[in-house]
Design a protein. Structure first.
Length: 213
């Protein structure tokens, strides 16, 4: 089913398909040891590998294992992050703890602002480091809530930090089904809500998913 070079690495491991993402790529999980992403867009997948490798120099991150092509299909194998994404049930039940984790994550992103990042984010312009799709499922922590990495970093690079903030606020309210903790998070970060930037980066059809309360 997979290229021979990958079959040799994952030999004997069971796997399941991951349907959480919306990228259109196929993602397979191998016993919490490896993640394999398959795509028809080789350049996109290569960017994700290159950015994962760059991030690994500065912050906790997955490790690239293999990148290959077969029959015009591209395959990127990396190690799995050994922890939970921020949509884990324990965070949905404890939004205060979730916002504390997010404050730490934002601090980690801001620590990358002064690094010589060789990439530009595609969806915003600026001098800050941005993830490019900073939603709760793309952030991972261990059982002690310590940050262990980011996934889906294909759009990461220099850009406008409010691109990340907008998507993070949207994801927070979408997953918690309330906007109450958006205010909590902004207060903990010491920043004010920028409605103009929020509407700039979040499409109208997504803004319609926001919740009251």
């Amino acid at each position: 089913m997979f290229p021979e070079v990958i079959e040799k690495i994952v030999k004997g491991l069971s796997y399941q398909k991951d349907d959480i993402g919306r990228s259109g790529d196929s993602v397979f999980l191998f016993e919490n040891r490896y993640v394999l992403k398959c795509s028809n867009d080789g350049e996109k997948l290569k960017r994700e590998k290159e950015k994962t490798d760059w991030l690994r120099k500065y912050i906790p991150s997955a490790e690239s294992v293999c990148f290959t092509e077969e029959n015009n299909r591209y395959y990127y194998l990396r190690t799995a992050l050994q922890g939970d994404s921020l949509i884990a049930e324990r965070f949905m039940k404890d939004p205060e703890a979730l916002t504390d984790v997010l404050v730490n994550v934002i601090g980690i992103l801001r620590s990358l602002d002064q690094k010589e990042c060789p990439f530009d984010s595609f969806e915003s312009k600026g001098d800050d480091f941005v993830h490019g799709d900073l939603c709760l499922p793309n952030i991972f922590v261990n059982q002690e809530n310590a940050f262990i990495g980011l996934i889906d970093v294909e759009n990461a690079g220099k850009g406008d930090r409010w691109h990340d903030y907008a998507w993070l606020l949207w994801s927070l309210s979408y997953n918690l089904k309330t906007e109450q903790y958006n205010t909590v998070l902004l207060e903990k970060l010491g920043i004010e809500f920028d409605e103009e930037k929020f509407e700039k980066y979040i499409p109208a059809e997504f803004r319609g998913m926001r919740f009251e309360g």
